[in-house]
Design a protein around this ligand. Structure first.
Ligand code: AMP
Length: 591
């Protein structure tokens, strides 16, 4: 196929905006193409030369592109630069420049094949002479281009095609061209969801129509489009939709689809299907214990405090996405991966099995402890109270909420359906000032904190009943020196049993007399079924807790336990800071 045919088609697509018209134009183009060409058209129309997950980037730098246009047209770089400022679009600039080219020599007509293979060459060029190769190859294409061809080649090379054609429109066109009707797009979509390579799909149907699709299945190394969750506002609505459920912790980290080959290779894909193996060498190494079988796992990775095992806020994990300092981030914020699904095992796709069965297989492979571990979940059968308590407990531990799943559902790749629903907090109570809390107990540490305390159990004071009521477990914010000294500092106050003035539903490893006051800052105050501060004051069966508490470094030796922040003050803080959460976009933007 001549490339001019493709360019003319793109030019028409630019002029129209109706979707049906677009589909029709593309369909006709596909009908003129052989399977090999159909594959190339499919990629190019989306401005690509390969599926995203292969990470093959075109995006030639502006300077190099301008130089190539100058070489191909014989116009000085200076003039090209000036014109670029005036025209403002690299495509139109190339079109203008090529139009000015003296026609002394005969040109060779461009074919789709040549354009595509040159683009691949440009994208793949590496090493010291790569710039040179890129410029020469691009200039070579332009030298043989008609002006209108130059317009689209330049835009594609710069990664700026933008025809307004979405992948679903392209699938529509393929369905019309090869399966007889747009109604049958769902057949293509189903394959695209488990094998998101538009070129491969186009080639398959161009070659063998519907039969071609049978050859496309879940494949190791090709990321499956992730299943997503619908959102509901209340626990009641959860029970209405999925009475018998798996309620799972919703970790606030990074979605990670894990591909493991039996020979030891590992690839990690993000929610957007980019290869994110590089920033997570620790996850890759931890996965080595699974080697020996081929498998695909679905999971969420969070950053944890290495000494206490506490889950840290999402922002901490994002240090990984910086170009430099992965090593450092790894040490400061090691990752734990919670696996919640298995999609493929030893050559077989598992996505059509019910979740209950996938979970059984998962449990036979992934342990409940360690850096790669199974999701924390509970089977709940229409019990609202149990669901609410599990939710609050999860939030206080640093989760975003819960994801509730129907144990009978299959894995619907690429779909945001009602078989997975997320229950997030609809309100948050920001904590803006530090509070002074009394240490009433401690938990033994592990790792670097073995032999000392890993976290303290902290309480507020309730002067009405003269009681100390727990409000959080705190393991962050201590210097190494402080940490080492904790047992010594608290030694005089250790008691055999819990002090009668302490009200706690949590069993500490060591109990203290309430004496020592520490200044603490947290992110938020949340409802909690396990802490006794403000119990039943906001909601029946729940108390209040401080989420992500940290020691500010100030030992309040100037304060006695009765001068600590009171229960009422926390209740007031909770009420006055309560805000409705608007759809949180932070995560999307960071990713
Ligand atoms: P959202 O980003 O708010 O639409 O919530 C869905 C995301 O929650 C998923 O894409 C995962 O990254 C994340 N997630 C955390 N824990 C789970 C879980 N147990 N099951 C499914 N997704 C989870």
């Amino acid at each position: 196929m001549k490339f001019i045919r493709v360019a003319e088609c793109y030019s028409k697509l630019e002029e129209i905006s109706g979707r049906l018209e677009m589909i029709d134009i593309l369909k006709r183009l596909f009908l003129e193409a052989n399977p090999d060409e159909a594959e190339k058209i499919a990629y190019l129309t989306l401005g690509k030369i390969a599926p995203d997950y292969e990470g093959l980037e075109l995006g030639l730098g502006e300077k190099l592109a301008l130089r190539a246009i100058s070489i191909a047209s014989g116009i000085s770089e200076q003039t090209i630069s000036k014109e670029y400022k005036r025209i403002g679009d690299i495509g139109k600039l190339a079109e203008w420049a090529v139009g000015k080219r003296p026609s002394l020599f005969g040109k060779e007509e461009l074919t789709l094949d040549r354009v595509f293979s040159s683009l691949l060459k440009i994208a793949r060029a590496t090493g010291s002479d790569s710039q040179d190769i890129k410029i020469r190859t691009f200039a070579g294409l332009l030298s043989d281009s008609e002006p209108i061809e130059a317009r689209y080649i330049a835009r594609i090379v710069m990664g700026r095609l933008r025809l307004g054609v979405q992948d679903m429109t392209l699938l529509d066109a393929l369905a019309e061209a090869y399966l007889g009707s747009r109604e049958r797009r769902s057949l293509l979509e189903e394959k695209y969801n488990i094998y998101p390579d538009i070129g491969r799909i186009a080639r398959a149907v161009a070659e063998k129509k519907e039969k071609g699709l049978e050859e496309i299945d879940v494949t190791l190394g090709v990321p499956i489009r992730p299943m997503l969750a619908q959102r509901v506002k209340s626990a009641e609505e959860v029970i209405e939709r999925i009475p018998k459920m798996y309620a799972e912790h919703k970790y606030d980290g990074e979605r990670m689809q894990i591909h493991i080959w039996k020979d030891g290779r590992v690839k990690l894909f993000s929610r957007r299907l980019e290869d994110i193996t590089a920033p997570y060498p620790d996850v890759r190494d931890a996965l080595k214990t699974f080697v020996g079988r081929d498998m695909i796992l679905d999971s969420e990775t969070v950053a944890v405090n290495p000494d206490t095992g506490e889950i840290l806020p999402f922002q901490e994990l994002m240090h990984r996405r910086r170009k430099y300092g992965v090593e450092e981030a790894m040490e400061q914020y090691p990752a734990v991966t919670y696996v919640f699904d298995i999609l493929y095992l030893d050559g077989k796709s598992l996505i059509n099995l019910p979740l209950r069965e996938r979970r059984k297989i998962l449990e036979s492979i992934v342990p409940k402890e360690g850096n790669i571990r199974e999701v924390v979940y509970r089977e709940i059968d229409s019990n609202l109270q149990e669901l609410e308590a599990f939710f609050e407990e999860a939030v206080e531990k640093g989760m975003e909420g819960l994801v509730i799943k129907d144990p009978n559902s299959r894995y619907q790749a690429g779909t945001r359906g009602w078989n997975w629903i997320k229950l997030k907090r609809s309100y948050i109570s920001k904590m803006i000032e530090p509070v002074d809390l009394v240490a009433v107990g401690a938990f033994m540490g592990r790792g670097k904190r073995a032999g000392t305390y890993g976290a303290l159990l902290m309480a507020v004071y309730d002067p009405k009943e003269d009681k100390y009521k727990t409000v959080c477990k705190m393991g962050s914010g201590f210097t190494d020196e402080d940490l080492g000294r904790l047992p010594e500092i608290f030694k005089p106050y250790v008691t055999e049993v819990k002090d009668p003035s302490v009200e706690s539903k949590i069993e500490a490893d060591v109990w203290f007399q309430p004496k020592i006051v520490l200044e603490v800052i947290g992110d938020e105050i949340t409802l909690s079924p396990v802490h006794t501060c403000g119990f039943n004051s906001i909601r029946k069966g729940s108390g209040l807790a401080i989420r992500f508490p940290r020691f500010t470094g100030r030992w309040r030796d100037d304060k006695g336990p009765e001068d600590a922040t009171t229960e009422d003050e926390i209740i007031q803080m909770y009420k006055s800071q309560l805000k409705e959460i608007k759809e949180e976009k932070i995560k999307e933007e960071a990713a």
